[in-house]
Design a protein. Structure first.
Length: 262
């Protein structure tokens, strides 16, 4: 039966999830963008120095861990965009999504939604559909960032989810292609250079279509993942002035608006 399921998935153009994926631990679900990167790569060298901010737009990303966010306070402190976690795998929806997604918009921020991937739990098509149907949409209104795919270390086991680079590349591509088919916008990819180079590699140059949201906790950006020549957003700190993680858009506010609308 397992072999038959795998054959059907391949014929349908989908990468089957490994059959050995264990049940999720009780009480698991809400992993944030960078939670596993922080765990594996550390918090960096930000005790006394901040990255250059001239020509950049400050922003933030949040999940249910931040609860009901005081969006006006963050706006008053300078945040102009936010990513909000919508979903994880095919089992979790952020219970604070509406307050966070609508609240950030209502104070004037440009906001978007992201999905925490669990590639060993369901294929990319299934997770992309779950994401789009639970907050991961997009509209060319100049106020909505492209949907984002969070690819990072496995919270439950093998860092690459038991997939080799070929299988992981196929998983990312089917997620990306499905989101594009549903929304007409390729998703941004959130990741760290170390994880991506180990688990995905560069056989497909995702940077041609997918904006890069890079996680690197340092006062200097460092090398980008293979397949990307440019970064759009830099998550430079896991905590700071705003609730959640601290981000910089690589451009000015008018460029951020164009990025949201195009």
């Amino acid at each position: 039966m397992r072999t038959l399921i795998s054959i059907v998935a391949i014929v349908a153009g989908m990468t089957p999830a490994p059959a050995s994926a264990a049940p999720l631990p009780e009480g698991s679900a809400d992993h944030t963008a960078g939670s596993q990167i922080l765990k594996h790569e550390g918090s960096g060298d930000l005790r006394s120095e901040s990255p250059p901010t001239e020509g950049k737009v400050p922003g933030m990303d949040v999940s249910s861990h931040q609860g009901d966010v005081d969006w006006k306070s963050s706006w008053d402190k300078g945040a102009r965009f936010s990513y909000v976690k919508a979903t994880e795998g095919v089992h979790y929806r952020n219970p604070k999504f509406t307050q966070q997604y609508n609240g950030s918009l209502n104070v004037g921020m440009i906001r978007g939604a992201y999905h925490f991937a669990l590639p060993d739990r369901a294929n990319g098509v299934q997770q992309a559909n779950f994401f789009v149907e639970n907050g991961g949409g997009w509209s060319a209104d100049g106020k909505t960032l492209p949907p984002a795919l969070d690819m990072e270390y496995n919270p439950y086991g093998d860092v690459c989810y038991g997939l080799n680079q070929t299988a992981m590349t196929a998983w990312v591509k089917e997620f990306s292609d499905t989101v594009f088919a549903r929304t007409r916008r390729y998703p941004a990819i959130y990741t760290s250079t170390n994880w991506w180079n180990k688990c995905v590699g560069g056989s497909v140059k995702f940077g041609v279509n997918n904006p890069l949201w890079i996680a690197h906790y340092s006062s200097k950006l460092g090398a980008l993942p293979v397949g990307f020549d440019f970064h759009t957003i830099w998550q430079w700190q896991a905590a700071g002035l705003f609730p959640g993680d601290q981000n910089l858009f690589n451009g000015r506010i008018e460029q951020l608006r164009r990025f949201a609308a195009s």
